[in-house]
Design a protein around this ligand. Structure first.
Ligand code: HMG
Ligand code: MG
Length: 298
């Protein structure tokens, strides 16, 4: 059986846009976030307080946050890699941050320039200070179903990092198939290993769709009771530190599947599709999602 309700976490404005080569204007980013909130999405990841040299597209996250029209009841988390990022987030009075680790040593080095152990040491004061200031902290684990540099990743490595972040104070752990290589049975086994240490209600699925397996993987993990799914409208995205990785699973594809299962999300499919076409037009291309293409631009 499937959960009666699923929380959809929209990561398009961050994970989706971070990989765009051309800088997207601040006003477009802010309008995208507002449009997504108007679709009924309860969480819209709004940016990243990371080094602008590492990810130039996210350099204007403070300006984006200042430009949005915050909607009651919607969370607008931002990524934070260190205390410096937390300070920037606190200045903007965000309600939620996300720290991001990985189950692979090589990916951690490429992405945040340190080892897994160092990353956890770095996140400790971030999580503690954020919580002391009343912020909620989400934790990402990347490379849960494979690494662009190391190939297969042991589920025990995923479970260890996930548990460390959870014990450090993250209220939710998002499991990232960063390069979209996973398949359904593998995804299930990985979630089962993590769920042996963390309540399944506090896990989220963050699957990229490089090999077209994301929906199948999500479906197989919903059966285990996971009820939070990250996605990106129009299938935007990739990962700057994982060459060849395509975007997140498209939000409208996930929503179409959930509606078919009778799962409640509170998200309006027609509006989401219209928003997928809107941002795609601004980026000069068609949406990467089957559902948006099937329905066409309205
Ligand atoms: P570093 O070079 O080791 O850091 O980078 P540093 O502390 O030595 O600082 C170097 C410079 O960066 C200094 O500036 C700092 O001030 C500045 P300089 O003195 O040279 O002018 N700096 C900062 N500036 C702004 N905000 C900050 C900040 N921190 C340092 N917070 C660092 C280490 C972590 C900063 C860097 O590696 C970085 O920013 N990495 C971010 C990479 C990233 O954003 N990746 C994409 C997101 S993760 C993802 O997409 C996966 C996910 O979707 C899940 C999945 O799919 O698996 C979440
Ligand atoms: Mg991602």
């Amino acid at each position: 059986s499937y959960p009666a309700n699923v929380k959809m976490v929209e990561v398009g404005p961050r994970d989706g846009l971070q990989n765009e080569a051309d800088i997207v204007p601040t006003e477009i980013k802010a309008e995208l976030i507002d449009r997504l909130a108007d679709c009924g999405l309860p969480v819209v990841e709004a940016g990243a307080f990371v080094s602008p040299r590492w990810v130039p597209q996210m350099a204007d996250s403070a300006e984006v946050l200042a430009a949005i029209r915050p909607k009651e009841g919607v969370n607008y988390p931002v990524l934070v890699p260190n205390v410096k990022g937390l300070e920037r987030a606190l200045e903007m009075k965000v309600g939620e941050i996300a720290v991001f680790g990985a189950a692979s040593e090589s990916f951690t080095q490429k992405n945040i320039n340190c080892s897994i152990a160092e990353s956890l040491e770095r996140f400790a004061p971030v999580m503690e200070q954020a919580r002391g200031q009343g912020l909620r902290v989400r934790g990402y684990v990347s490379c849960v179903l494979g690494c662009p540099y190391e190939g297969d990743i042991a589920v025990s490595a995923v479970a260890e990092v996930a548990e460390a972040l959870y014990k450090g104070g993250c209220y939710e752990i998002s499991l990232g198939d960063t390069i979209g290589v996973g398949t359904a049975a593998k995804a299930r086994a990985m979630v089962e290993a993590v769920a042996a240490r963390i309540p399944v209600s506090d896990l989220a699925l963050h699957f990229h769709d490089t090999y077209g397996q994301a929906l199948a993987n999500i479906l197989s993990c919903l059966e285990l009771g996971v009820a939070t799914v990250d996605s990106s409208l129009a299938g935007l995205g990739g990962c700057p530190y994982a060459e060849g990785a395509s975007g997140n699973v498209a939000s409208e594809d996930v929503l179409y599947m959930l509606e078919g299962l009778g799962v409640e999300t509170g998200v309006d499919l027609d509006r989401l599709i219209a928003t997928a076409w809107w941002i795609s037009e601004r980026l000069g291309r068609k949406p990467a999602s089957k559902v948006a293409l099937a329905r066409g631009a309205k």
